[in-house]
Design a protein around this ligand. Structure first.
Ligand code: CA
Ligand code: CA
Length: 582
């Protein structure tokens, strides 16, 4: 609208107004707004509802006493024939809800009516290679821009009012197996993001670009031996070449940073998890294979790694290490500490000193971990069960001995984000109990081809459930309560000052639980499986809750023998928004 008014004026008056209007057009969330997102209850500006990604809102208008009355305000369809997994977390700002959809689409809906304002569809080339469905997990908002990543490994900045492209940058080569599905984050005017493709022998990296121009500022590869950059110049090799990798294997070493990161303003550190070493067959790559299956603390100003902690050294089960590392503060043994926690795919919940990466504890949060029996409290390394590592391939790459390992490679917890309640001090972990037969095979790297050297079949390990939402006390490592779900849980979690925990199920429900007891208080059938991350905000004096519905993601692609728990679930693609009746 402003642009049209300016064009209607003539000459110098238009010039003067254009100059005066320029800052107005760029109005929108600032760096300070993003850092304050957890406290500002009237909007949802960041993936994680705050840079620390607690996914906690102090709002309590909807609470354990009245949530049973929650009803839909509206739903909005993503339409089209592209209904695959909808894993996005909505962004809410200034009367608009922004959601990303399957096949790299971004939608702006009116936050009061659900009417579509605009839609952007990325033109994806043939030959993209997403490993685990054509999902997208969300966008980043800043000033006049809304920014998201696409399956052909591009980052696109759109005008948040019109959906028009402001800049569009290639971040990696999709023909080599790179893709991108995570929500970018913005810290101090930099868009910071990772890459995907760990099943194709890519090299993981974290990169920062100027949010205004999209130009690369720094790059930090996650595999030792690769050179980092800062402002176009070399900025030091990651780790020490051949310290934990043999020969040239580090050149195709994996370590994808496919889930993005969190940021802690207290320590000025970014925390990024890294994925599996490549190939999966661990006998082909002796050593710890740094920095795969780790959490990295990175300086957001330079891209330098400040500390690392490897959760699965020499990973042989595709446990990855990408899961979100959430900063939190607690008093341990009478001492106030700056901590961080990660619920890893390997079935252990890690608590570290986030100022230096020091190991403080690893607590089992799933039914079974066959591959290790706890962690050494001094070294922070797993007590490996060597017999549970799948055997080396035989002569000419013949299949090696198979083992039954638990968790399965889909993890005790996968990508779906947990929440941390500032009220209860508990983490709410969307977890799964399942195992797998896994064996190794011979493999050689070929650009753009799967680089696993392993085969697998996923199997249930319990009669009554696969999914389990668990409340973890990070001070004691104890599970305070759990809710069991028949199908695998694959959606994110939200917790609120109303003593509530929200999460979705593949069976199609968004559910609310008592945050202290785990009692189920409310559920609503959304029409398709829920694998998105719910959010809440206040608008016109009322509290709203929103979630994406649309079954998909990695589970139905790789489900093995667990598939019967979800074979009848229909696909979909809709944003659902709820509130209390007036
Ligand atoms: Ca906010
Ligand atoms: Ca992986």
């Amino acid at each position: 609208m402003k642009g049209r008014v300016i064009r209607a004026l003539s000459g110098a008056a238009a010039m003067a107004l254009a100059v005066a209007a320029a800052p107005l057009l760029a109005e929108g969330p600032t760096d300070a707004d993003l850092m304050n997102d957890a406290a500002s209850t009237g909007d949802v500006l960041t993936y994680g509802m705050g840079p620390q990604a607690h996914r906690f809102s102090a709002l309590n208008q909807i609470n354990a006493g009245n949530v049973a009355k929650l009803v839909p305000a509206f739903a909005a369809s993503l339409g089209g024939e592209k209904q695959r997994g909808q894993e996005a977390q909505p962004i809410v700002y200034d009367g608009t809800i922004y959601v990303t959809g399957s096949y790299s689409r971004l939608f702006a809906f009116d936050a009061r009516t659900g009417e579509e304002k605009w839609q952007y569809d990325a033109r994806l080339p043939d030959g993209i290679m997403p490993c685990c469905d054509v999902v997208n997990r969300g966008a980043a908002i800043y000033g006049d821009k809304i920014i998201f990543a696409t399956l052909d490994a591009r980052l696109v900045a759109l005008n948040r009012l019109t959906g028009k492209v402001i800049w569009n940058k290639q971040i990696a080569d999709y023909q080599a197996g790179y893709s991108a599905t995570a929500a970018p984050m913005i810290v101090k005017g930099k868009v910071i993001y990772g890459n995907s493709g760990g099943e194709f022998g890519i090299v993981g990296a974290v990169e920062a670009r100027d949010v205004e121009t999209g130009e690369l500022l720094w790059r930090r590869p996650t595999i030792e031996g690769h050179m980092g950059t800062l402002n176009g110049k070399d900025n030091g090799i990651t780790g020490k070449t051949n310290a934990t990798w043999q020969g040239d294997l580090w050149k195709t070493g994996g370590g994808a940073t496919w889930l993005g990161g969190t940021y802690d303003p207290d320590t000025n550190l970014l925390f990024f998890g890294t994925g599996n070493p490549a190939p999966w067959n661990s006998h082909l790559r002796p050593g710890d294979n740094l920095y795969t299956s780790s959490t990295l603390a990175i300086d957001p100003d330079t891209g330098v790694i400040k500390w690392h902690f490897q959760t699965t050294p020499h990973d042989g089960w595709d446990f990855d290490g990408v899961n979100e590392f959430i900063p939190f503060d607690a008093t341990i043994n009478g001492k106030p500490m700056k901590l961080g926690a990660k619920a890893d795919r390997n079935g252990y919940f890690f608590v570290l000193d986030r100022t230096n990466g020091k190991f403080l504890g690893a607590h089992k949060f799933v039914m079974q971990t066959t591959w290790a029996d706890g962690f050494n409290p001094k070294t922070g390394r797993p007590n490996y069960n060597d017999a549970n590592r799948p055997g080396a391939p035989g002569a000419a790459g013949a299949k090696g001995s198979s083992v039954f390992a638990s968790p399965s490679f889909l993890g005790g917890k996968n990508w779906m984000p947990m929440a941390y309640s500032n009220d209860t001090g508990l983490f709410y972990i969307p977890s799964n109990d399942w195992g797998m037969d896994i064996w190794n095979e011979g493999i050689a790297y070929k650009k753009g081809a799967a680089y696993l050297g392993a085969g697998f079949t996923i199997k249930p390990i319990a009669e009554d459930h696969i999914g389990a939402l668990r409340a973890m006390d990070p001070k004691t490592g104890k599970i305070v309560w759990e809710y069991k779900n028949k199908a695998p849980l694959w959606g994110g979690v939200l917790t609120t000052g109303g003593n509530l925990v929200f999460t979705g199920t593949p069976e199609g429900y968004l559910k609310a639980f008592d945050a202290k007891t785990g009692q189920e208080l409310w559920k609503f059938q959304t029409g398709s499986g829920v694998v998105g991350s719910p959010v809440t905000w206040e608008q016109d004096g009322e509290q709203y809750v929103a979630v994406m519905s649309g079954w998909g993601g990695a589970v139905p692609l790789w489900g093995g023998e667990v598939a019967k728990s979800f074979k009848d679930i229909n696909q979909g693609g809709a944003l659902w928004v709820f509130k209390l009746p007036k």
